[in-house]
Structures are given as structure tokens and as C-alpha cells.
Design a binder for this molecule. Structure first.
Ligand SMILES: [Zn+2]
Length: 158
């Protein structure tokens, strides 16, 4: 388990792609996979993840899955979609860094359901979309000891 600081970087082009996906699916949540590379700084122990490609995934949440909320407030990734993105990452010699999803008309704060379905070591980027306009964006990683998400640095470069 990695113990240093983690940071994730995304280009303005890919960020625009991610935001366009969120706007397209509005008022439903969009979701997708983030493929890229990670670099461990052996001196500081810090891990930097660079997103190289986004793969949009259909949101397969159904109301009966859980708590009465629909796709405006929830997303679900099917196991076969998960396997497909893992396979795609391997084929491209990239790492599956994590997943992004949108929060339509809701802040970029992880929900209890987001926590419930989170895996260790992955990054979870949440893009808030307010009245169809991209708003704040944050990235989180699971803190296994605390049993909750902790924010990670998100750097947007030109
Ligand atoms: Zn969420």
C-alpha cells in the first residue's frame, strides 16, 4: 500500500472531454475510466499519476439497486465494463488509474455510496455540473485506515 502523497494530473484537453461527457449526460451522472501512467518519486515517496486517456462508460445504475435514488444521483459500473477497461489499459501498456463521475446539481463531494463502491489505490475524480455547466472538480483516494476518502492533488495543465 502506497503511503506517500499522491497527485493526479490532467491536460486541459482531457478535462474538457470529461466535462463535455458530464454535460452530455446531465441531469444523469456520467462515469468513465482514467488510463495513464504513474511515477513514484523514490526520494519523497510521492506518487504522481498522469491521465493519458479517458474511456466513457455507460451508467448502469438502476433505482432498484439500492436506495431509491436514480441516475441523477448514482452511477454503477458493470463488472464486464470494468474488465474491458482493465484489458484496454493492458493493451495500451497503461495503468487503470481510477474512475471519474459527475455530480449533477450537487457539489464534488463523495457520497456514502461512492465510498461503499470504492477500491483502494484508485483515484476518484468528481466533476460537479451545476445547471449543465461544469463547476468544481476534485480527486479523492480511499484512505484504508480511516475508512473514508481523502482528497488528492489535482493538477490541470495546458
Ligand atoms: Zn458520486
Amino acid at each position: 500500500m502506497h503511503s506517500g502523497l499522491t497527485m493526479i494530473t490532467i491536460s486541459q484537453t482531457l478535462l474538457s472531454e470529461l466535462q463535455a461527457h458530464g454535460v452530455r449526460e446531465f441531469p444523469h451522472e456520467c462515469c468513465g475510466a482514467m488510463l495513464g501512467e504513474q511515477t513514484l518519486n523514490s526520494e519523497t515517496g510521492d506518487l504522481t499519476k498522469q491521465i493519458i486517456e479517458l474511456i466513457p462508460i455507460d451508467n448502469h445504475w438502476t433505482v432498484s439497486d439500492d436506495d431509491g435514488f436514480d441516475k441523477r444521483r448514482r452511477f454503477a459500473i458493470r463488472p464486464e465494463d470494468y474488465q474491458a477497461v482493465e484489458k484496454a489499459a493492458k493493451a495500451k501498456n497503461l495503468t487503470l488509474l481510477g474512475f471519474y463521475h459527475s455530480h449533477p446539481d450537487h457539489p464534488a463531494i463523495p457520497s456514502a455510496t461512492d465510498l461503499k463502491f470504492a477500491w483502494p489505490n484508485f483515484s476518484y475524480i468528481i466533476q460537479s455540473i451545476i445547471t449543465k455547466v461544469p463547476a468544481e472538480i476534485h480527486s479523492y483516494v480511499l484512505d484504508l485506515d480511516a475508512g473514508q476518502f481523502k482528497p488528492e492533488g489535482l493538477e490541470i495543465y495546458a
